[in-house]
Write a protein that binds this ligand. Structure first.
Ligand code: AMP
Ligand code: GLY
Length: 422
């Protein structure tokens, strides 16, 4: 079977690698991929906004299955487009992708189906928003209503911070904004809950906790994710049943009443308050770096799972996992998430001898004449599976120290809550 993976991050390298391990693969393609995928797939440099070119390439190469990693092409409707040409694609369609593409779309579903989430208001201009905030309590959460790579969310402690957030959003920092959302602040602990869907059936695909802030102690700016661990320390059977019955099933019902179905990964971002789940956001894909953290635990053949999803046969598959703890630390370019240097060489990659149950996935890297260069903010992901989180972290730190890349930095406290718990 020939498989094409759309995307170029750590998530896509992990998907490529896991599919590759499944031994039914004749050839992999990655659009556009990175230096890591280049070793196992053919990297295809096509602009992801050029659907026609992507289609032509897939049809010319007789690619049997396409897996879309990131949100942008999903929200732009790549799945709908390719399916018109009878191409098998794993990922949600354009309407379903609004669960991530528009926070207001999701909030409306929550309202209609009584899904637990923060109370909210939609505001169309600065005056209305400020008037509302003058009569409400802080902290308050202000969000842009479009794809903002996790950066369009402000937790404001006073009216001054709120004013700045509102000005930035309406000023177009995250693209043209006709409205914004003001939400009640939920005081709890976050958890990411993953499911995989074939349009009719779905199955659990693990839980994780990521660390979004750039600095140790969960401080500093928001990033795409500095590290993660799986499983979340919060998950238990009772909570899982609540998440499914109160949040996921009503959402799927909402989509079906809009005349559509959900196929692909669904990432439910939750705040857990006293063992009660509240929906913070949906993402219509795997998380990054949660994907790199969870996939090494998968025992079942990933390409079989994707195919079953495209053929509405997920109920015929039993998804099995290795019973281990997994931790992932992301090595970033110095300066990230602010400005950082590009094209910095990463030497010593050959000094890393990965032991059993240890993995390294590339993200923002490229290869030129056998040299590897950092070309993004998040550069490499180090993952380790172990019987406990502390051991997993020790293995990762050993690999990072062997690499000793002067151009990078990483958070040394990933998983601190679960490691202190041990
Ligand atoms: P989002 O892009 O919606 O996931 O928001 C980014 C981050 O902001 C989340 O991961 C939470 O840490 C935080 N956040 C978002 N909404 C809320 C809320 N209503 N209460 C507390 N924290 C929130
Ligand atoms: N790790 C957060 C995300 O993928 O959105």
């Amino acid at each position: 079977m020939k498989v094409g993976i759309i995307g170029s991050g750590g998530r896509e390298h992990a998907i490529c690698q896991t599919i590759k391990n499944s031994n039914k693969i004749e050839k992999l393609f990655c659009f556009p991929g990175n230096a890591g995928t280049k070793n196992i797939a053919e990297n295809v440099n096509i602009d992801l906004e050029n659907f026609e070119k992507i289609r032509d390439y897939i049809l010319n190469k007789n690619i049997d299955l396409v897996v879309v990693g990131p949100e942008k092409p999903l929200v732009d409707g790549l799945v709908d487009y390719l399916e018109k040409f009878n191409i098998k694609v794993f990922g949600p369609n354009k309407i379903a992708a609004q669960l991530e593409g528009s926070k207001i779309f999701t909030k409306k579903i929550c309202e209609k189906y009584n899904i637990p989430t923060a109370k909210f208001g939609i505001f169309y201009n600065t005056n209305e928003a400020i008037k509302f905030l003058q009569n409400s309590s802080f902290p308050s959460v202000i969000k842009a209503d479009n794809l903002a790579s996790g950066k369009g969310v402000y937790i404001c402690n006073n009216i001054k911070e709120a004013q700045k957030a509102i000005d930035e959003i309406f000023g177009g920092k995250f693209g043209k904004a006709e409205n914004l959302l003001i939400e009640e602040f939920l005081d709890g602990e976050e958890m990411s809950f993953f499911t995989i869907h074939d349009g009719e059936n779905f199955k659990n695909f693990g839980t994780a906790q990521d660390h979004k802030r750039a600095l140790e102690g969960d401080k500093g700016k928001n990033t795409g994710g500095m590290g993660a661990y799986s499983p979340s320390r919060l998950i238990n059977e009772e909570l899982e049943i609540k998440i499914i019955n109160k949040i996921i099933k009503p959402t799927l019902k909402g989509l079906s009443e809009l005349g559509t179905q959900y196929k692909g990964f669904l990432y439910t971002g939750l705040m857990i308050v006293k063992n009660e789940p509240y929906l913070v956001e949906y993402n219509v894909r795997m998380g990054d770096p949660e994907c790199q953290t969870i996939l090494p635990k998968l025992k079942t053949n990933l390409s079989d799972i994707f195919l079953a999803c495209c053929e509405k046969k997920l109920n015929q598959i039993n998804i099995e996992w290795v019973n281990k703890k997994s931790l992932c630390v992301v090595l970033c370019s110095k300066g990230y998430p602010e400005a950082y240097k590009n094209n910095v060489e990463i030497k010593n990659l050959d000094k890393i001898k990965l032991k059993n149950n240890n993995f390294m996935y590339h993200a923002g890297t490229s290869e030129d004449k056998n040299k590897i260069y950092a070309i993004g903010g998040r550069v490499l992901n180090f993952v380790s599976l172990s019987d406990n989180f502390a051991l997993a972290k020790e293995n990762i730190i050993e690999n990072l120290q062997n690499l000793n890349w002067a151009g990078g930095f990483y958070r040394k406290d990933i998983g601190y809550k679960v490691i202190e718990d041990q």
